[in-house]
Design a binder for this molecule. Structure first.
Ligand SMILES: *Cc1c(COP(=O)(O)O)cnc(C)c1O
Length: 387
């Protein structure tokens, strides 16, 4: 079976489970992304919520990307990592007053505003400081996306964003909000999108929405199309870097920018997804009635995506070259949903073997919990082993 590149001998001295970040994969991904974005003069904000490990933020800062934050805590992390506030955007349906104030004090680039009441509160808080808040309206483009229903966000009846039918009211209100400066339109239609037609649909929809604003003589400086580009969870070894070239081409071909408008992106998963793996040891192989259970020392508290979104992660036994056998691969947590995968073929495994769950760089470490009084998994990077 094809496997990733892991220093198995070095792993023997380590406590499991742990997250392992392959910094070469991350740096190669960032290099390709940066080259492609520069070619089109596109601006990239890294969506910090995908992974805010300091090793990763360091690379993001070095690449000179901006940050897309969804909480005050993330804004603080981005600034601590050295990312200039003038490159920070702030989204989220429930921005608390302290978070809005924090963002105002740092004069971040832009608030991505998700409702009319939020717009009014930002105006009030900015007025109290006697400053203007730069904002983009997050609009629901009503574009259908073929992904898991938990991670679609661009539809009308969704907690995210402003519906088209509320725009008339909003436009009337805007001139009254003296401490608000509208600079952009923001969209984000979902996550783990692998069909580029969804982005083509978004681009075409944005052209119509732009017309709405321009016909009312409202100038927009930038368009932010969000993130959501998917990764290949089935083939992390063959396709470690997403096809950023085709992704950007969709927008440059189909999105019509008006007089010097800047185009912004907020990519998370596609940047960090493939560089991370969760490494664990087999605790027990348990013979069931008609199947075998492979019980790992890693569980849903370390990587919740399979339990949460029925997500698939490729699983490899990097200690065994035996003929493959089928297992239900499970964790130690007291929940039946603590199952990584069922009836899955892995090289025949025994107690102590290293098992890696691939493509765990995004929405992995950041979702670690302490249920069952579990401690956080350790963190290791390829840099430690000189790889
Ligand atoms: C989560 C999120 C992103 C990043 O999504 P990915 O699928 O990880 O690229 C971008 N923008 C917003 C507003 C988000 O909430």
């Amino acid at each position: 079976m094809i496997k990733g590149n892991f220093p198995v001998e070095k792993f023997k001295a380590l406590t499991t489970p742990f997250y392992y970040y392959d910094m070469k994969v991350l740096r190669d991904t960032i290099t390709v992304l940066k080259n492609q974005a520069d070619k089109h003069h596109f601006t990239v904000h890294y969506a910090i919520k995908a992974n805010f490990n300091t090793n990763i933020l360091k690379e993001i800062k070095q690449a000179d990307f901006g940050a897309d934050c969804v909480s005050g805590g993330e804004i603080q992390l981005a600034i601590k990592a050295g990312i200039n506030p003038s490159k920070i955007v702030f989204a989220g349906v429930g921005k608390a007053d302290w978070e809005i104030n924090l963002a105002l004090e740092h004069q971040i680039f832009c608030f991505n505003v998700e409702s009319i009441p939020e717009l009014e509160v930002i105006n009030q808080l900015a007025a109290a400081k006697d400053i203007k808040a730069r904002i983009a309206l997050r609009i629901n483009p009503n574009v259908m996306v073929n992904t898991h229903h938990y991670i679609t966000t661009g539809l009308n009846e969704n907690k995210f964003g402003i519906n088209m039918m509320d725009l008339d009211e909003l436009i009337k209100l805007l001139p009254l909000l003296k401490n608000i400066e509208l600079i952009g339109l923001h969209f984000h239609i979902g996550s783990q999108i692998t069909d580029l037609n969804s982005f083509k649909g978004l681009a075409i929809r944005i052209n119509e929405i732009q017309h709405y604003f321009y016909s009312r003589n409202i100038k927009i400086q930038h368009i932010n199309v969000g993130g959501g580009l998917g990764i290949d969870y089935e083939h992390p070894n063959h396709i470690p870097i997403p096809d950023f070239e085709s992704y950007f081409n969709v927008f440059s071909e189909h999105l019509i920018l008006i007089s010097k408008q800047q185009l912004h992106f907020e990519l998370g998963r596609s940047i960090v997804g493939q560089c991370g793996s969760l490494v664990s040891r087999v605790l027990y192989i348990k013979q069931g009635v008609s199947k075998k259970f492979m019980i790992l020392d890693a569980g849903m508290t370390d990587l919740i995506r399979p339990a949460f979104y029925q997500a698939f992660h490729r699983i490899e036994n990097i200690s065994s070259e035996e003929e493959p056998e089928e297992y239900d691969v499970v964790g130690p947590i007291c929940e039946s949903s603590d199952t990584f995968i069922k009836n899955y073929a892995v090289n025949a495994s025994k107690r102590g073997d290293f098992i890696v769950l691939r493509s765990a760089g995004a929405y992995g470490e950041v979702m670690v919990s302490h249920y069952n009084s579990r401690k956080s998994p350790d963190i290791h990077t390829s840099d430690e082993f000189g790889l």
